[in-house]
Design a protein around this ligand. Sequence first.
Ligand code: FE2
Ligand code: FE2
Length: 161
Amino acid sequence: MSNSTALLNQSVADELCAVHQYMYFHFRLADQGFGPLAHLFKKTAIVEMGHVEALAERILFLKGEVEMQVSHPVEKITDAAAMLAKAVEMEQASARDYNLAAQKCGADADAASKSLFEHLVGDEEGHQDQFEKQLDNIKRFGPAYLALQSLNLPAPPPPEE
Ligand SMILES: [Fe+2]
Ligand SMILES: [Fe+2]
């Protein structure tokens, strides 16, 4: 078995954990009427599912088995700011793990796994950035920010000529 397979399977487990956690956040936020943030979590969960797929394809190419374990149980967080803090933490941990995994794969002369992990680092840092922006806005404008975002106000009329 390739040395990369264990790293890839650990990453599948972390990605599945993110899918579950972000879907939980999605329907909890939707239930509280926070549509835009609920949508951001759903959209991100779908990207994480794509990461599972890419990792699984690499494992199969290396003639390994995809274990489909989930690394952690879902945390039942219902406060939006706490959800975002948790998500930022998860994305930072993933980026750190994938940077290390890329180094190990490189040292092991597995360039394709290395490049897959490097691609994932870029995605996770992008997610971290999006979640941090939302968290900053809640801190700046208070919890009302999320409620106001959800009003779906019509666009203002064009200015008079
Ligand atoms: Fe991911
Ligand atoms: Fe992510």
